[in-house]
Structure formats: structure tokens, C-alpha cells
Design a protein around this ligand. Sequence first.
Ligand SMILES: [Zn+2]
Ligand SMILES: [Zn+2]
Length: 364
Amino acid sequence: MVSLVQAHASRQSGQASHRVVACLGGDQTVLEERPTPVPGKGEILLGLRVVGFCGTDLFKLDSDSAGVGTVLGHELVGDVIALGPGVSGFAEGDRVVVPHHVPCGECHLCNCGNETMCDVFRENLFEPGAFADTILIKSRAVTFAARRLPDHMSDEAAVFMEPAACVLRGVHRAGIETGGSAVVLGAGSMGLLHLLVLRAAPPDCRVIVVDPVAERRALAEKLGAQYTAAPGEDAAGAVRAATDGLGVDAVFDTVGGNQTLEAGLELTRQGGTVVLFAHAPDGGKAGFDLNNLFKYERRLIGTYSGAIKEQAEIFDLMDKGALDPSPLVSHKMPLDDFEQALSLVRNHQALKILFTPSRAGAEA
Ligand SMILES: [Zn+2]
Ligand SMILES: [Zn+2]
């Protein structure tokens, strides 16, 4: 099948092409035209519907860790526009959500439940990446991780499957029991996504969201936070009031840095868990009181991604209407406006930005 995008590009150049946001080193990017990938055995080609702008994309740009020519973007919903040989279970026109990382499911790390540490997990199964008009999905992702969307699930909800699965993994690992309590540090899009997943997944979890910005605290309350507080004494007081002075079962740190981590440990009850869910600069160090761990049997864990089982669970929660992260979407813009999105995020003027196909791609 030749898609409309391909047909249009073919008319112009004789070869199918599409547009991608390519990294140029540092935080510089350019919208450039490239040949459209052709799906091979077991692969599918998606036409972009929406792709989320994730903190990890921003981190890679700011830390200059994306090589020149790299195409970032991994939170993807697209339409199947071409199928490679041997693909079953999908048809042209299907609306699909698919993650870029898929574990092998067979190695020691996978067998121990550490699928996100599996050797092949970090392999990018998107070509070239999701900040593109069309995206080729490699066969392992097609076979094990791609899901067709039911009509009632919006693009704006489904695009959160991958990031919400990362969050759910941390929530599971924190081991919050029925009627438990949690603090989320930070009410950016990942903090608020923690709130929504905590409200949808463990039964009756009370959530306190801590953020310095009043507007974000108000949004957190609207989205189901029982309490909100500013960092510092305000947060400590809210936690004492909500837990009879015990401290919460788990703290989710979506802000990062040593100070926030220490604050998180202070808000956790004895025997509780702090989940670190934030990038640190290379070599970033923590300096908390060791007895906060040893004497009070706290746990400090990191969660960086989600695996297929968490994606399946998130998909179910969204399918049955228990989880709808779409209110977190603050902006939708074509790939052409990538630079503008970057500045909106940096200036804290956006919550979650979704990109749609480039103007040329959309017109094709
Ligand atoms: Zn992400
Ligand atoms: Zn594995």
C-alpha cells in the first residue's frame, strides 16, 4: 500500500519521503525530509497521530546525549499505513499504541522481574523515532507490545500508555496496601500522572501532592488529590494530619536532586518507601542521613521505565475508564513547532505537549 504521505512525496521527488525532527547536537534540532522507511518482515509502518513530548526527550537534548541525526520521541499513537510481510493481527487503518522498548522475556533479568534492565530492552524499536510523520515499528514491538485502540479510547489518553506504565511499575514496587497513603513530590505532568495512576491502581490510596506552584496544586486537587501542600513545613504538616503523625507509606519523587530526596525520606513513615522517578545529571550525588534507612527500615528505590505487564495493566485501566490522563494535555502542535514546544516546557508554560504530523505531512 502507498500512503497519502508517500504518494504526495513521490509526486514531488520520485521517492517516498516524510519529515522528522532530527537532533543536531546540543539542544538544536531541525525538521528535515528523509526517505520514508519501508516495513520488512513482521514490521508495520505507522502514520503519526500524536506523540508525547517527554521529560526524557528534554533531558537528552539538554544533556547533549542524543547523537547528531537521532530522532527522539517514544510516546506514540499512530495509524497503520503499511504492513510488512507476515504481519498478522493488524490491518491498514488500525489505530495503534506501541512502546519503543520491549524486553526479551527469557533472560535472567526478565525472569527476576527486572525486565526493564534486560539487555535488549534499551534497543529502540522505532525507526527513526516518533518525532516523525511516519514511524516504522520493528517486529518485536509489533508481536509483543502493539495494541489496537478501541473507538472509545482517545489518542490523548492512549498516548500516556508508555509513561503511565513507568509510573505503575514504581507504584507496584512501592507495595502500597489497601487504604494506604502516598506523597507525590512535584505536580508537573509526571507528578500528576503519578496522582492519576495512584488513584486508579491501588485501592483507596490517599494522595498528597506537593508543589510550590499554587496553580498546579489546584489542578492536582481537581484531579483527585486529597491534600496538596507547598514543600517544606506545609508538606510536613499535611502528611502529619493525613496519617496521624506516622508519615506516608510511599513518596514518589518526580522532581529529583538531593534536597528533594531528603525531604521525601522525612515524609515517609518508618518502614516506608521512597521511589526516585527523576533524571539526575551525570555523577549527581545524594547525601541523606543513613539511619533514615537503616534504623527506620525505609527503602529507597529507583524506577525508570515500565514493561509489557505494566503496559497491559494501564491499557486495561484506560479501557474500562478507570484511568484517563487526557486532562494533562495542555498543547497540541505540529512537529514544525518543536522549538516552540521546547521553550514552553522550559518556561513551565506547558503541562503535556503532544505533537501531530508536520504541516507538509498533514497536507499530503
Ligand atoms: Zn517518556
Ligand atoms: Zn530479557
